[in-house]
Design a protein around this ligand. Structure first.
Ligand SMILES: NC(=O)c1ccc[n+]([C@@H]2O[C@H](COP(=O)([O-])OP(=O)(O)OC[C@H]3O[C@@H](n4cnc5c(N)ncnc54)[C@H](OP(=O)(O)O)[C@@H]3O)[C@@H](O)[C@H]2O)c1
Length: 271
């Protein structure tokens, strides 16, 4: 891709994207500009894979074809105000949680091609899932370019914007639910006498392996569950316990309640 990308905000997400893009060979460092309030204006920054860094958002946008907004939602309006007149005709990607396409379209020139993205924290280890939805002027070619950028840190799904709150509740917040499962399974192992480190690693690797089985076998999770349960055996005894405590309802409710919370937060922000 010959285009130049600027990433505004080099915090957790912004710096992860820089590393993902450069290390995967998706973009060379000289095609990326990163801005943040703490970096110097202007230098090649070895901390960020030798991309050019600056603290001047407007200048970075002026020099770029694609703009990726990776600042907190609370300061997105301030940044949009700084860059709006310089975004004419450019692709603008926002990963700010809860900031809608409508909000971005109101704040930016009508010629902008805007894409909203919802990543999750496993992008930090380049195993994220990232849902994206497109605004009015976005072309198939734009989508391909943006997918290429985001695929450097995970798997990208193109969705309708109305799904974003539920996606925030499922894959966005989901790592937190899974950490609780890993911690609790590890506690169970420790309760029954396993050393903590071994127990945690067994739990985490069991989740990774089981997830890969779902993705790679194409089998229904119920069928894979049946393959682990022999008549009168240990797994079915464990499952009886999970079911009698309502494990399915608990997980479904977590997604339902988190979706409601995402909607509440959006209405409080007025987006
Ligand atoms: N982390 C996640 O799990 C996650 C998941 C989904 C979506 N997101 C979204 O990703 C975005 C970034 O999140 P993050 O976790 O990477 O946040 P973060 O670590 O706080 O990164 C944001 C960076 O932007 C900098 N910044 C503040 N004001 C700026 C300005 N005017 N111009 C340029 N940079 C500025 C911040 O500097 P200071 O720290 O000095 O203020 C910080 O380094 C957020 O909108 C969030 O909703 C995050």
């Amino acid at each position: 891709m010959g285009k130049r990308l600027c990433i505004i905000g080099l915090g957790k997400m912004g710096s992860t994207l820089v590393k993902g893009l450069v290390q995967s060979g998706t973009l060379e460092s000289d095609k990326i500009i990163g801005t943040d309030i703490f970096v110097n204006d202007v230098e090649k920054n070895p901390d960020f894979c030798n991309i050019t860094t600056m603290n001047n958002n407007a200048k970075a946008v002026e020099l770029s074809d694609i703009v990726l907004l990776a600042v907190k939602p609370q300061i997105i309006n301030k940044v949009l105000e700084e860059i709006r007149t310089l975004c004419d005709g450019k692709i603008v990607i926002s990963i700010a949680a809860g900031i809608t396409l409508g909000h971005l379209e109101k704040a930016l020139p009508t010629s902008c091609r805007i894409i909203r993205a919802m990543p999750n924290t496993p992008v930090l280890v380049r195993e994220g899932v990232i849902a994206i939805c497109s605004g009015k002027n976005v072309t198939e070619e734009d989508l391909t370019i943006v997918k290429g950028i985001l695929e450097s840190v995970g798997t990208v799904f193109v969705v309708e914007e109305e799904m974003m709150d539920t996606i925030t509740a499922l894959s966005g917040s989901g790592p937190a639910y899974v950490y609780i499962m890993i911690e609790a399974l590890s506690d169970g192992g420790v309760l029954m006498g396993l050393p903590r480190a071994l127990s945690t690693e067994l739990a985490a690797r069991t989740l990774v392996g089981a997830a890969k089985m779902v993705l790679e076998s194409g089998k229904h999770p119920g069928e894979l569950k049946d393959m682990v349960t022999s008549p009168g055996g240990t797994a079915i005894r464990g499952i009886e316990n999970l079911e009698s405590h309502g494990i399915r309802g608990i997980l479904m409710d977590a997604v339902k309640e988190a979706t409601k919370r995402a909607r509440e937060l959006n209405s409080q922000r007025g987006v």
